[in-house]
Design a binder for this molecule. Structure first.
Ligand SMILES: [Fe+2]
Length: 414
């Protein structure tokens, strides 16, 4: 703790200036825009009275603070009383713990960069349909998910349920703030790390729900640097993992530019050891009718690409239940096929009743449970998926062995 010896006048000046500047941010959270092994994007929300963009950080060995400058903007929807700050810390060491603090607030937070090479298993969690009910269940799910010590969290849309169905009313920012504060306070691993959030677009976070311009999801785009203006993107972790973040027709059409981009981007990464997709509306739903237009479109435009380039798993959401598909290729069960998991029951206290797997050829397992998935990726190419309930009990488990369709190559282990 620093000690100050001050004259009364200096003490008065210090108190006045410090009480102005030492505002505690309304929310602090992490995401990535690129290279999770060497960068971290830190966001924080402050009042417009606190435009200070300093971010201080050091690794666990070096106790001198480095300082970087964030940038900031006012929030959309008339919330120009608040600022969203963004700082991408770059040139970080891989697989390293860092400490940071923002502006003049003395609270110190902690994160860990990803490994540059896959020399050990990597664990993450995946879930969607998050702030559906009370903040108590959201807090509990975040605490339970964090207790598995994930390196990151895939957030499959319907995060805040803040957007109006008809697109007429402004978004309810208080819901976004509650969501982000719950994340900040509860998505903390057992060793005190904040868990970066990797989000995708969705109906409940888009005013008008489907076929809208990005301007109809103002807070989703303002609050998360990762999707940027593009709205769909890929995050490459070294040379061992790529995560494809897709928009299931909310602010970008499934077909056309997004499908062309997906084809090109998957092709460029066809030899990548682990490839994962994340999007909101399921191609292979466990509750809703699979003949609904968006599910059909995803099966028509994206699924053939997933199969062609040997995607490991697609995390789907939106149906408020749990499902694990069979391995699917060419519209039938195939041991070299793609796995689809989800189905969006993270913050849903009364999940919907899913279809019995015996009634749909593509389903292997379903459950009417509040849930998230714990994924572990191994250097051998093996993948381990567990479904957990709100108390962390594992109720389904699947080991995805390395597909014969994608032979192990030594370059994968670089
Ligand atoms: Fe949804």
């Amino acid at each position: 703790m620093k000690k100050y010896i001050l004259t009364p006048l200096l003490f008065f000046l210090f108190t006045v200036s410090h009480s102005f500047a030492a505002e505690k941010p309304l929310a602090v959270y992490l995401t990535w825009q690129s290279h999770p092994e060497s960068t971290m994007t830190v966001h924080w929300i402050s009042s417009a009275d606190c435009p200070i963009d300093d971010i201080f950080y050091h690794d666990s060995e070096m106790q001198m603070w480095d300082v970087e400058q964030a940038s900031h903007k006012t929030l959309p929807e008339g919330r120009d009383d608040l600022l969203i700050h963004k700082a991408e810390l770059q040139n970080l060491s891989p697989d390293t713990v860092y400490y940071f603090r923002v502006a003049e607030d003395e609270t110190v937070y902690k994160f860990r960069t990803m490994p540059a090479q896959m020399t050990r298993p990597v664990r993450f969690i995946a879930g969607g349909d998050m702030y559906h009910d009370s903040v108590e269940i959201l807090d509990k799910m975040n605490r339970t998910a964090a207790s598995f010590d994930p390196m990151f969290a895939l957030a499959g849309g319907d995060l805040a349920y803040a957007a109006d169905k008809f697109g007429e009313k402004p978004e309810d920012f208080e819901r976004w703030l509650t969501f982000l504060r719950s994340w900040q306070n509860n998505m903390i691993t057992t060793d005190g790390r904040m868990v970066p959030i990797i989000p995708v677009a969705s109906n409940e976070d888009t005013k008008g729900r489907y076929n809208q311009p990005p301007s109809q999801a103002p807070f989703f785009y303002a609050l998360f640097a990762m999707p940027g203006k593009q709205g769909y993107n890929v995050l490459d972790f070294g040379s061992y993992l790529s995560i494809f973040l897709l928009d299931s027709g909310h602010t970008h059409p499934v077909y056309g530019d997004q499908t062309s981009w997906l084809n090109k981007t998957l092709k460029e990464r066809k030899h990548r050891l682990h490839k994962i997709a994340l999007y909101h509306v399921p191609a292979f739903p466990s509750v809703r009718d699979p003949e609904k237009p968006v599910s059909k479109m995803i099966r028509k435009y994206w699924v053939p690409l997933f199969e062609k380039y040997n995607l490991a798993v697609a995390f789907e959401n939106h149906d408020h239940a749990y499902k694990r598909s069979r391995l699917i290729r060419d519209g039938k069960v195939d041991s070299s096929g793609v796995l689809y998991m989800g189905d969006g029951g993270y913050g849903v206290t009364e999940p919907r009743k899913p279809v019995d797997p015996a009634e749909r050829w593509y389903l292997a397992e379903t459950a009417q449970k509040t849930n998230f998935v714990v994924g572990t990726l191994f250097p051998t190419g093996e993948r381990h998926f567990q479904a957990a309930d709100q108390d962390g009990n594992i109720f389904d488990e699947f080991i995805h062995r390395f597909s014969a369709a994608l032979p192990l190559h030594s370059s994968h282990l670089k």
